[in-house]
Design a protein around this ligand. Sequence first.
Ligand code: NDP
Length: 452
Amino acid sequence: MAFDYDLFVIGGGSGGVRAARLAAAEAGARVGLAEEYRLGGTCVIRGCVPKKLMVYASAYPQAFAEARAYGWDVTGGAFDWPRFRAALDAELTRLEGVYRTNLHKAGVEIFDTRAVMQDAHTVRLADGQTVTARHILVATGARPFKPDLPGIDHAITSNEVFRLDALPGSILIVGGGFIACEMACIFNGLGVRVAQFYRGPQILRGFDDEAREHVAGAMVGRGVALRLKTDVAGIEKTGAGLKVRCADGSEEVFEQVLYATGRVPNTAGIGLEETGITLGKRGAIQVDGYSCTSVPSVYAVGDVTDRLNLTPVAIREGAAFVETVFRANPTQPDHHLVPSAVFTQPELGTVGLTEEQARAQEPVEVYSTSFNAMRPAFAGRDGRVMMKLVVSRATRRVLGCHIVADNAAEMIQLAGVAVRMGATKEDFDRTVAVHPTMAEELVTMKTPVRTT
Ligand code: NDP
């Protein structure tokens, strides 16, 4: 049977765009791609990129304060949100244009419209037109999840943050994961009164316990009113603002309430189940190691599969899909030892096992240090950082590395190379320190603080 395309991609985010470009440019495939909103997806339009730019914006008040301690005669002045937002919009539009140009250059045909699956080889576009493809790749991402409780419609999500008309005077952030913690630090840095309510005993569940404690302590130290073991029971709009009622009966009023309580895969209403594609937990598309769904001609990559929901992972999954399907080189994306970072202030960078995971697996030595970094110390500010290595006693390999510090994301990228290569503690020790830096502590920790 002759198909219109070799590949049709539904969703123009990180994973879908990479797969489309590689299939067209490097494998010579005829590729179509449909995106209903803006090319670039969550990462570029309402995630990583605008978030990181807001992180930069929010760091200036502290930089101004530090500059004074370093002898500069500076005053910060006020933050002009509309000016920043306009610049942000312009940058996102530029990036979206780059995505479009690159897809064009690769020879991908773009459909700026919604697409749904009709059958294993057919996609229906919003105007009723149908197109056929030998393979279909679903890369529709995920969207914020808000729990059902009275007044939840008054709460915004990370989708709306970058489009606010005005910066609120106060904000409650609900959740304790990546997005909640990053947003709490951003708004706090921008001078907004921030409270963060998390239902569990400590934020950033799943990360190394010592690192979680350290981040939480630093956030509180910088002014975030963090309340643990706190559940919101309802939100009511009043003349004074949004009145938030907690399960323990306490009430507080905020100008904005932001829910960052996880994300759910975008799988509803796009014809997946009708096509026989199996969905799993939370509606995620179930795929095998090659990202193939239960329908052999249909693959899925990125957050819609709810594996490891990170942009670079979606990109790898997209590339592995192209290798497998279009270059006769079956390739499974590797989800092990993926370094990642939470862009809190200070940042948390992590790769490999947490101390808790490693201890459950085998006997370990734990090397950990916490100290005030040179730059904040000179300015009289508490800028404590944490460096930690979890080492296998049997193999001497570094099983996990955890860093809480300004620029920890940059550091963990490089430590990640060593950990992936199977570096031992002695390999770290043999590496000469770069002085004076924070990261030098990673190669100068001599005595374990704990041994199991
Ligand atoms: P996360 O899964 O990281 O965190 C969700 C948070 O919401 C958890 O603290 C969870 O609590 C809490 N929660 C879930 N349901 C409820 C509920 N019904 N009531 C109250 N609290 C609830 O999701 P995020 O939305 O923060 O981020 C989604 C994903 O996006 C991340 O997992 C990550 O993969 C990716 N991401 C990556 C970033 C990066 O690389 N820097 C930045 C932003 C996002 P509990 O822990 O108790 O379950």
